[in-house]
Design a protein around this ligand. Sequence first.
Ligand code: SF4
Length: 224
Amino acid sequence: MEKKAKKILDILEQEFPGVRPALVFSTPLELLIATMLSAQTTDRHVNTVTEKLFKKYKTADDYDRASLAEIEKSINSVNFYRNKARSIKGCCKKLVEEFGGEVPQTIDELTLLPGVGRKTANIVLGNAFGKNALAVDTHVKRVAKRLGLTESEDPDEVEKDLCKIIPEDRWTKTTHLFIVHGRKTCKAKNPLCEVCPVNDYCDYFKTVYLKKKDNSRLISQRNL
Ligand code: SF4
């Protein structure tokens, strides 16, 4: 399984050289807030919202001092903005009260913050702090499952399965590669398996896609 994962990552790295996070940020706090906003919202939209937001609020203390209504107003074009505003405010309050206003650098501390799960924590660790961290979002989970690198539906289990077979120094990159591959090729509906650069290594391609193709060929021959 390690060899298969390596081959897949080598190919995806060639396919997407220089892949990096799409969220724009310049500090760990900015990445934390942007990632919290990005659930069910496109990165592009988050970037348009944070462009103004980050000018207004620069520190955890700024968010902590702002009223919930003010934060809601600043982010009201993103999905679930009320819940997200509450999480941001709660998170920043805890940062101020327990971490001296700084974003902590361990998964255990990050996941103590309101609204911060393992995915968000790993994105911050991997991209703002340069640590090895594999974040599992919906794309990473789907791609890993189809490729046969995990059997689990649970993101935490998927993370564990991937971390077992992928060398630590490739964890952060794996997240970016699987996300971009999931967006461009291994789409949720109608994956572009025929042109996929890793289809030779993909369980879904062999067990689902090719079978479906064979069946439709047989049906069309019968109908001739
Ligand atoms: S072959 Fe299809 S299912 Fe497999 S990784 Fe490529 S696009 Fe996804």
